[in-house]
Design a protein around this ligand. Sequence first.
Ligand code: FE2
Ligand code: FE2
Length: 271
Amino acid sequence: MALYGVVADIHGNREALAAVLDELDRRSVKDVVCLGDVVGYNADPDECVEMVRRRCAVTIAGNHDLIGLGRLDFRRCSSKAEYSLRRTRSTLSRASVSYLASLPANHILEDGVVLVHGGVRDVQQYMVTPALISENAAFLREDFPGASVCFFGHSHEQKVYEVQGDAVRELPGRQHCLAREWTYFVNPGSVDASRKRGAPLAECALFDSGRMSVEFLRVPYDSAASEAKAAVFGYRIDPLTDRFYTLKRRFIGGVSRARTALQRPHGSQPR
Ligand SMILES: [Fe+2]
Ligand SMILES: [Fe+2]
């Protein structure tokens, strides 16, 4: 049992990651774990990979890490994500590629505590509704028997969902005590705040596995610096390219649907 700093969705934002790690140091947190998406969106992927490699005891792979490596394609990406990930692919160092390629899909942190990036079985799933949490609670029971706490990232919002049998409820607030008899899905929020509205704050969580407590942290960082670098080094899509990517995605989606329809046995209807 230990006190953990839980970080996720860094997305190449060195300033935000440095601010979060400084805060965790200030609070004497030794063990930091990362739920993936180290790269994407911002201009310092190699620096963030190196910071994570040095500071995090455990890191798992996010979909942006896998797309950056070419292990996943762009089909489930937004135009903004695709554009910045094409840039990321072209710039990642060999050392970063090697590190990201070594990351596991999930991790059992300690007895009963599991780390995933998106859904329990789908790295690109956004677990954002009670129905999806309920479905994933069933996957958690099957894939990780005995697990009662699942940390996840990907949806970039600080959340705690409590699962009691078939009932799922979102718990309000920034500090939580987890009951040992129920199951919890916890998102520490996103270190990178470049796509959020309002004052940009880098997010993470503290998890005390002895006390079964979660505290959400929000830390200011130099967002002007990270934003300027992203613009200068070609990580921000312009409106025309955005439009082109959207049309391309629609065309590819249409072709794919037409192919599926042609392959369907004659007379059968889509469900
Ligand atoms: Fe992400
Ligand atoms: Fe993600």
